[in-house]
Design a protein around this ligand. Structure first.
Ligand code: HEC
Length: 202
């Protein structure tokens, strides 16, 4: 009963604040900004959608061909490639990065260590990990299914760096372009997906 009362109070509070925002005619973007008034300066950009997000929201992730092409072009231009021309690092490090959801949250600020890729939150990868999300397709046997081909290795790198370069308005985070993962970390994750020795392909 107390829980129900508490929940009702919460819903009422939410309704009141929603109504308050509606009265002030705040947009959803402004409401989000207002909710993070104390965000550190180098955080604030993240509260407003960039060009890509604006387009994707305006067209509910289904932009007309010309806009999709524009998004894709900008995404391709954002990709930085490894200096040594090698796309694969260490799959063991990649597995740790795929497991880690550290980074970019208020509680991780200022950062104490490198961010993770949080891949398991959306994808199945190595079969040993039973806890995974299903927003993204299963990546089990990914390298094997791609025949471990060189062009597939590069394609995975690009996909992780900025998914909109492959699929405009993709729901996958832009892990390289948004500075979540470094080039070396992305190489480690590519190895997790594409190396024949990786548990993903065994
Ligand atoms: C918030 C959820 C989310 C996270 C986190 C995420 N992805 Fe994705 N990923 C998706 C979605 C949704 C798709 C399908 C849409 C697309 O292809 O862009 C996808 C697609 C992919 C694909 C293409 C699969 C194919 O069909 O060929 C690869 C490869 C991939 N993700 C790898 C990763 C890796 C590696 C990580 C961690 C570094 C990761 N993803 C993190 C949601 C996510």
């Amino acid at each position: 009963m107390r829980n129900i009362l508490a929940a009702t109070a919460l819903i009422a509070a939410a309704a009141i604040s929603t109504a308050a925002y509606a009265q002030q005619k705040l947009s959803a973007d402004d409401a989000i900004k207002a909710a993070f008034a104390k965000a550190p300066d180098d955080w604030k950009d993240r509260l407003m959608p960039d060009e890509t997000m604006k387009h994707c929201s305006a067209f509910k992730n289904n932009p007309p061909a010309a806009i999709a092409a524009q998004i894709q072009k900008a995404a391709k231009a954002s990709i930085k490639y490894p200096d040594d021309g090698k796309f694969m690092g260490d799959w063991k490090k990649g597995e740790a990065i795929a497991q880690s959801g550290y980074g970019m949250r208020f509680t991780d600020y200022p950062p104490q260590r490198a961010s993770g890729g949080n891949c398991y939150a959306c994808h199945q990868l190595a079969p040993k990990e039973l806890s995974y999300g299903t927003i993204g397709p299963s990546l089990l046997n990914y390298g094997k299914l791609k025949g471990f081909k060189e062009e597939a290795v590069k394609a995975v790198y690009e996909r992780i760096y900025n998914s909109h370069a492959t699929l405009p308005c993709s729901n996958m985070p832009r892990l390289g372009a948004n500075g979540v993962l470094t080039i070396d970390q992305i190489k480690d994750v590519v190895a997790l997906l594409m190396s024949p020795e990786s548990p993903v392909n065994k």
